[in-house]
Write a protein of this length. Structure first.
Length: 87
């Protein structure tokens, strides 16, 4: 099992969402506890986000970093598809 840590930015976004979206995100966090590296909605990122992973959840994107040795998953950001990659 991996420990899931949520950044302040991601937590703020989570708290603003409706009940259905919160439920879907909670299920996602539970799924990342068991397998953060493989799945149909998981993709390794490149470029500026090299070393991070992306989970596609409908129109939402969750950017996170996973550490095999430390058994931790850090949720960095949660945003809509069009906004997540802009910085």
């Amino acid at each position: 099992m991996y420990e899931v840590l949520v950044s302040r930015e991601a937590e703020k976004y989570y708290k603003k969402q409706g009940a259905d979206t919160k439920r879907r995100l909670s299920k996602l966090f539970d799924a990342l506890e068991t397998e953060p590296f493989n799945g149909p909605h998981i993709k390794k990122l490149h470029g500026e986000l090299e070393g991070k992973l992306r989970y596609e959840l409908g129109w939402l994107r969750v950017i996170y970093r996973a550490d095999r040795k430390g058994r931790k998953v850090e949720i960095i950001s949660i945003r809509g598809r069009g906004d997540i990659y802009k910085r």
